[in-house]
Design a protein. Structure first.
Length: 370
């Protein structure tokens, strides 16, 4: 079996990191695979994968149809049994490549792309989003043989918004590497200062500006806390930094940017906060649970598939800052609950999100389609 993975880039996002994890598993199982990317990235998993000796190729910089024809020729020359595309730009080019070359196309669905929240984002070109939605809908029926969805919520989203037939969608969550065997292995943290952490690129979708507003309220109320935000810069970075400076939060809020050693930061933290407005899965939530962290997150349907309300997570309404503040206060004032929720997080991770189990499910899907 020979597989080609087509992806926008090997940057620092959840889909990119999951691709790196899956690639490691394919290599371990001696499955022949190549990766081709639309863009090169200096920040993310690209350099790590190249250092491991994986075959990674890049599209020539050209217009859409030239890239489509280039991909079709690449697939023909490589004689691949399966082409697995990930992320929108890669997905669309792979669909159109089927007009020039016959191959089996598996496409991953990794986000609720047409969420109402996204249409409310003033930074998004609404006309362009509607155009791409129609392009998505019109090409899905003939350009893809089977779909892989990372959650049931994403599956239902695409059934409703893009009219994909449910019988050609397989749901397999992402997996992550274990960080703890037992909760007791988690390093001790400060008993007075509660350390919150968030991981995600600085985009409207991730809702970090709302988190900063909640932290300001907590500071004004006299609570002892700090917040670390990991993730690459994005369209919201200037606004986030301005808010921190204008509200004198620099002493308790640290924007660290992209880090390869995210697990080290997680293990030194007390609570993981996830204020995302919409998600496909929330891969960062899985890694946080692997680190035994209690979770505070926005109350959106997909996250109920990832964490358990009042077991290892507390939900809030990101559009009601008082709701988020109340949730964070719960974890600040109840250290015993932090421990209890953290233990439940580790249990939930072990039961549902261990990478080997989910990667084997992906490999089984590959084999079934070849």
């Amino acid at each position: 079996m020979k597989i080609l993975i087509v992806i926008d880039s090997l940057g620092s996002g959840g889909a990119e990191r999951s691709t790196a994890v899956l690639s490691d598993y394919l290599y371990e199982k001696e499955i022949n695979f190549d990766v081709i990317c639309l863009d090169q990235k200096t920040v993310g998993v690209q350099s790590q994968m190249q250092a491991k000796g994986y075959k990674i190729y890049f599209f020539e910089k050209n217009n859409f149809f030239s890239q489509v024809k280039y991909l079709a020729k690449f697939i023909k020359k490589g004689e691949y049994d399966l082409v697995h595309s990930i992320l929108f730009r890669a997905n669309i080019r792979t669909r159109f490549a089927k007009l020039f070359q016959n191959f089996v196309h598996l496409e991953s669905l990794v986000n609720t792309t047409y969420s109402k929240e996204r249409f409310n984002d003033k930074r998004v070109n609404q006309k362009a989003l509607w155009f791409y939605k129609n392009l998505d809908k019109n090409s899905a029926s003939w350009g893809v043989d089977h779909f892989h969805s990372i959650t049931e919520t994403v599956k239902e989203h695409y059934i409703k918004e893009v009219n994909i037939k449910p019988e050609i969608i397989s749901v397999i969550p992402r997996g992550r590497k274990p960080l703890l065997n037992e909760y007791e292995q988690k390093p001790a943290t400060s008993s007075e200062m509660v350390s919150f952490i968030n991981v995600g690129r600085h985009e409207f979708q991730k809702g970090q500006i709302y988190l900063l507003k909640a932290v300001k309220i907590l500071k004004d109320k006299g609570y002892l806390l700090n917040l670390t935000i990991l993730g690459r810069d994005g369209t919201m970075t200037p606004e986030m930094k301005n808010y921190i400076n204008e509200n004198s939060l620099a002493e308790i809020v640290s924007i660290e940017g992209f880090k390869e050693n995210v697990p080290d930061y997680l293990l030194k933290s007390d609570v993981f906060v996830f204020p995302s407005l919409f998600e496909g899965l929330g891969g960062a939530l899985i890694e946080a649970q692997a680190a035994g962290l209690p979770i505070a997150c926005n109350n959106i349907p997909v996250l109920h598939e990832v964490v358990k309300d009042n077991k290892n997570a507390k939900f809030f309404d990101v559009h009601k800052i008082d709701s988020m503040v109340e949730t964070l206060i719960f974890f600040i004032e109840n250290p015993k609950e932090r421990v209890a929720y953290g233990k439940e997080s580790l249990k939930n991770y072990k039961l549902r999100f261990q990478e080997k189990k989910n990667n084997q499910k992906m490999l089984d899907l590959f084999k079934g389609l070849c």
